[in-house]
Write a protein that binds this ligand. Structure first.
Ligand code: TMP
Length: 213
């Protein structure tokens, strides 16, 4: 099973990752975690370029193709081998992030983005997507307080530096995708504290993964 985590900056999905793995393993499944961008050695280098705040003049098309390049390497060398071995794969961001950030927010053609996914990424779709939903002003404030306190690197803040209007488009894009595919998307209210969010996540995982022992 392929599960992805999505949401705006500061929604807390990365914080939940370890709890998610522990919970899935306790239900009797082998579980692998990974992320985009940067889930491979090549991808780690692409991630640096994509998130470096000094790359202010990056063209949106360049940005799109770098995310796709990261994903091709990631799918072929990490995701598909794990899935073939029967593991549950939990991925912190995937293709929906490209549709939302480069499509809904940057304004690139969503049909083109979907075509690239079909042509280069075997049209791989998650079985379930946990969407951590949060007001962008709250998410951005959380993200910046983590960066300012040294909990996250300031070398990866190109998107945190975007305007609130940009992040509103990101949130609305995710909600639109969730509305179009309620079977795949599970909405998690990310306004609460980490424990409340963790409980909501566990409820969803309990429905998705029947206990194996
Ligand atoms: P994160 O790993 O801290 O979530 O940072 C990744 C950033 O990259 C985040 O701001 C969202 C952005 N992003 C895209 O714009 N398009 C994509 O396809 C992906 C995977 C991430």
């Amino acid at each position: 099973m392929f599960i992805t985590l999505e949401g705006i900056e500061g929604a807390g999905k990365t914080t939940q990752l370890q709890n998610i793995v522990a919970f899935i393993q306790a239900r009797g499944y082998e579980c692998a975690t990974t992320r985009e961008p940067g889930g491979t050695a090549v991808g780690a280098q692409i991630r640096k370029v994509l998130l470096d705040p000094s790359n202010r003049d990056m063209d949106a098309g360049t940005e799109l193709l770098l995310y796709v390049a990261d994903r091709v390497q990631h799918i072929r060398t990490v995701i598909q081998p794990h899935l073939a071995a029967g593991r549950v794969v939990v991925c912190d961001r995937f293709f929906d992030a490209t549709l939302v950030y480069q499509g809904y927010a940057r304004g690139l053609d969503k049909a083109l983005i979907r075509s690239l996914h079909r042509l280069m990424c075997d049209d791989l779709q998650p079985d379930a997507t946990l969407l951590f939903d949060l007001a962008p002003a709250v998410g951005l404030a959380r993200a910046w307080s983590e960066i300012d306190s040294g909990g996250r690197t300031s070398q990866e803040t190109r998107f945190e530096n975007e305007t609130l209007a940009f992040h509103n488009k990101v949130r609305d894009g995710y909600l639109d995708l969730a509305h179009q595919d309620p079977q795949r998307y599970r909405l998690i209210d990310a306004h609460g504290d980490a424990q409340q969010v963790s409980r909501a996540v566990q409820e969803v995982l309990t429905m998705l993964l029947p206990e194996r022992r």
